[in-house]
Design a protein around this ligand. Structure first.
Ligand code: THU
Length: 146
């Protein structure tokens, strides 16, 4: 794997944070990631008057990843408006996990960590595949207790 330029990734996350739309929290977040094909994708949080509809920076980063041609995330950096390292929230760890390359690294408040360290025993597509394989040919029930 190519050497990861963490400083450049951090700078891209800081640039992204400047584009955040945060009229409600006034808490800008920027995220940047290296993709397995060498691209760098980024995102910022986009808030909404309906607070729960807010998109985290990681969400817009994953949108950029997919719309830019897909691929797997190799290295990830996230910052607040002061350029300080920020941990992805729990939902965003799940979001990143789906698109992580094996061994994906994150620049965290406690050093460089793997995706598996920040989201151990993650739920993923494998759980769906396993269940489908176990239940293949059996009757599916839509309703609870059915
Ligand atoms: N936020 C992110 O963008 N990513 C995270 O991982 C944590 C939280 C945003 C959401 C909201 O716009 C603001 O930070 C305050 O919660």
């Amino acid at each position: 794997m190519t050497e990861i330029d963490w400083a450049a990734l951090h700078d891209t996350a800081v640039e992204a944070s400047a584009k955040a739309y945060t009229p409600y929290s006034r808490f800008p977040v920027g995220a940047a990631a290296l993709v397995d094909d060498g691209r760098v994708v980024s995102g910022a949080n986009i808030e909404n008057a309906a607070y729960g509809v807010t998109l985290c920076a990681e969400c817009s980063l994953v949108s950029a990843l997919i719309m830019g041609g897909g691929g797997k995330l190799v290295a990830f950096s996230c910052v607040n408006g002061a350029g300080e390292r920020l941990m992805p929230c729990g939902r965003c760890r799940q979001l990143l996990s789906e698109h992580a390359a094996p061994g994906m690294l994150l620049d965290t408040v406690s050093g460089i960590r793997t995706m598996a360290e920040v989201l151990p025993d993650a739920f993923g597509p494998g759980a769906l595949d396993d269940y489908a394989a176990q239940t293949a040919g059996t009757q599916q029930t839509g309703a609870a207790g059915g």
